[in-house]
Design a protein around this ligand. Structure first.
Ligand SMILES: Nc1nc2c(c(=O)[nH]1)N[C@@H](CN(C=O)c1ccc(C(=O)N[C@@H](CCC(=O)O)C(=O)O)cc1)CN2
Length: 295
């Protein structure tokens, strides 16, 4: 028997319906939440993700503010756009689509975002609150992908308390905050954070009850290394060219054939990706609720 599906599309549809109700409550008070996106350059995948974010906004009644900027924009000009969004009352929260071109200092950009408008939860103040475990439940935005992973598991009644979770990937958008969230008291997982420099990855995989794969290495995790009954979450979004057709297809970090070992597995596409988008909307709605004194 194969793994049960951690269905991100269904879960995100349910979350969007719930958020549309919360947006309607805000509308009764004359408030329309607004999401801003800042996109630099012509990367097709980034354009497609940003387009998806604006479609989601339209679905739940959040207004959209879009700033598409040339790849050769200077740091100064880019930061000026952020200052405008920081000052714009129609913009409840916004994101800077990552990755940014190499000549841009990404950390300086993330720091320029007003922490109260940080829809991605990636501003140092908000990441710091997560590290400090300032309040439970959190009153600041959480990074969308790690929060999406937890929400996906919650909505399928997969309990992580006491489980050994192996997070593969140390990036700031997924791996690092994922470890912090998993070790909070209400989740209570035991976490190992591995990465592409980890030497004994196969040993760690063989011990893991749950694997969150976010290293960006296509199909780096295969069935052979995994324990029977493992829960698998695939965050990888590499685009790999099919040698036959020349077409690029979305390829995760986990070989789909690993499903035979798993009790639960997130499909890719259709798993963590839609949850990332849903958690972004949640951050915007919660931010609007905070600004309205409803939280
Ligand atoms: N500022 C940010 N930049 C980036 C983030 C982020 O959270 N904040 N994460 C990724 C990209 N990303 C969101 O921006 C993202 C990736 C994938 C999906 C998604 O829904 N994927 C679909 C498949 C889509 C496809 O076929 O291309 C799925 O998994 O079903 C949503 C958001 C890097 N940048």
């Amino acid at each position: 028997m194969g793994a049960q599906v951690l269905d991100g599309r269904a879960a995100s549809a349910a979350i969007k319906a719930e958020l549309a109700e919360r947006v309607a409550v805000l509308a009764e008070r004359g408030i329309t939440p607004g999401l801003g996106t800042v996109l630099v350059g012509d990367d097709p995948a980034s354009h497609s993700y940003v387009g998806g974010k604006h479609r989601d906004c339209a679905e739940v009644g959040i207004s959209s503010i879009r700033r598409d900027l040339p790849a050769d924009i200077s740091q100064e000009e880019l930061e000026r756009v952020l200052d405008e969004l920081n000052a714009d009352p129609a913009c409840t929260g916004y994101i800077v689509q990552l990755p940014l071109p190499g000549h841009i200092d990404t950390n300086a950009v993330l720091e320029r975002v007003d922490p109260d408008k940080d829809a991605d939860g990636l501003h140092p103040t908000n990441l710091g609150r997560l590290v400090l475990n300032v309040s439970e439940p959190m009153t600041s935005p959480l990074p969308c992908t790690p929060n999406g992973v937890l929400e996906l598991l919650r909505r399928h009644d997969v309990d992580l308390a006491g489980q050994h979770v192996l997070v593969v990937g140390r990036g700031v958008t997924v791996g690092r905050p994922m470890g912090l969230l998993l070790t909070r008291k209400e989740i209570n997982a035991t976490v190992t954070l591995a990465h592409t420099g980890t030497r004994n990855l196969d040993e760690l995989l063989a011990q893991a009850d749950v694997v969150v794969a976010a290293a960006g290495r296509p199909h780096m995790i295969t069935a052979d290394s995994l324990k029977e009954g493992v829960v698998l979450l695939d965050v990888g979004v590499s685009r790999v060219e099919d040698p036959g057709t020349g077409r690029k297809t979305l390829t995760g970090d986990i070989d789909p054939a690993a499903e035979r070992k798993a009790s639960w597995m997130s499909p890719n596409p259709g798993g963590v990706g839609p949850m990332t988008r849903a958690m972004l909307l949640l951050n915007v709605v919660e931010s609007a609720e905070r600004q309205a004194g409803l939280r």
